[in-house]
Design a protein around this ligand. Structure first.
Ligand code: KG4
Ligand code: ZN
Length: 336
């Protein structure tokens, strides 16, 4: 029996990654070259620098992924690549490399939505069961997605301003933390308490939309006012108060969405799904309100950007017959 192997390339933001996945959920290799150190001193991702690093790294990652997987190009069934959303220059590097590799080896090219990739990272924990709800939380996105079946996406709510990861990073900057600061704020939050009680945006509204810019502003004002008065604030309590507000809104809106749609599974995915506070609170509330719903978080290492998740989603795309030709272009604002 011929093995089903997909090689995937991801380059939408500041990670160059190439992976080989078998049967949708077995990782043979998942090489990730992070550029974080190059962007840190700018306090965020600089698109031009990101593109240059992708150019340097993509073929190195590709070779390493093939070697580590111990396969030859002829063993592959397809090549998958992130089509969008993301930085256009960054996406183009991955797409060019994937096209060239697919063309040279006579393999089909499968375009994958980066956000679908984040959801399909759940496949590495357990089989996805439909209908399901996905809470997507990353540096660029915060949305609730209802999937009635494999490959079908209905965005039922999204942020009206900042993404939750973006809010974490901006607040971290005010505290003088290195970019990206989500993980560090999560750790600080566990050492403090919710003493400042920031607003819970849109919690009372009858909508699945989110808003995090008000929380961010409340946080920044609190810090600046204290500075002017020479008042000392607890960094741990600030982190804890920020995180409590962000998590409460994410959890309550997700619980409501799962109560209104006939879901069997809840997948929480994206970089912020690595958050320990979010994991604990979500599991607790779903168990309390909807014990029949299975909560799935991708493995910690696969919450951030990586190509294994793109390969996992590509197996679903391949089943639908979604194949691109050599005219495939990057789509920086591709929708689910
Ligand atoms: O999915 P991702 O790797 O890249 C995007 O597609 O955006 O998400 C990165 C985001 C960053 O904003 C980072 O601060 C946040 O995920 N993040 C966290 C944690 N780990 C990463 N936010 C909160 N708690 C964490 N433990
Ligand atoms: Zn991402």
């Amino acid at each position: 029996k011929k093995r089903r192997l997909i090689l995937a390339v991801e380059s939408s933001c500041d990670e160059t990654s190439v992976a080989v996945v078998e049967d949708g959920n077995i990782i043979l290799s998942n090489v990730i070259a992070s550029q974080i150190l190059s962007h840190q001193r700018f306090g965020g991702v600089v698109p031009e620098i990101a593109s240059r690093h992708h150019v340097e790294q993509v073929l190195v990652c590709l070779e390493e992924a093939m070697t580590e997987a111990e396969i030859e190009a002829e063993d592959l069934s397809a090549v998958a690549v992130t089509e969008g959303p993301g930085l256009v220059g960054a996406l183009l590097i991955g797409i060019s490399a994937a096209k060239a590799f697919a063309f040279a080896n006579g393999l089909p090219l499968i375009p994958v939505n980066h956000m679908a990739g984040h959801i399909y990272a759940a496949q590495f924990v357990t089989e996805m069961k439909f209908p399901l709800m996905a809470l997507l939380v990353s540096g660029g996105h915060t949305e609730l997605v209802y999937m009635s079946e494999d490959g079908s996406y209905e965005v039922i709510g999204e942020t009206r301003d900042d993404a939750v990861g973006e809010a974490y990073d901006k607040v971290g900057r005010v505290l003088g933390l290195a970019y990206p600061s989500g993980k560090e704020i999560d750790e600080l939050a566990h050492l403090g308490e919710d003493t400042y009680h920031f607003p819970r945006a849109m919690l009372k509204e009858d909508s699945y939309d989110f808003s995090f810019s008000g929380l961010k502003s409340a946080f920044i004002n609190k810090v600046h006012n204290a500075e002017q008065r020479g008042e000392i604030l607890s960094v741990e309590n600030l982190a804890s108060s920020f995180q409590a507000s962000a998590i409460e809104v994410l959890v309550e809106k997700t619980v409501r969405a799962c109560q209104s749609y006939p879901v069997t599974q809840l997948i929480v995915a994206g970089g912020v799904a690595a958050n320990k506070g979010l994991r604990t609170a979500m599991e607790y509330r779903i168990k309390q309100e909807l014990p029949e719903v299975e909560v799935v978080f991708p493995p910690l290492k696969l919450c951030g950007d990586n190509a294994a998740m793109i390969a996992a989603a590509a197996f679903s795309e391949a089943a639908k017959g979604n194949v691109a030709d050599m005219s495939l272009n990057a789509d920086p604002s591709l929708l689910l």
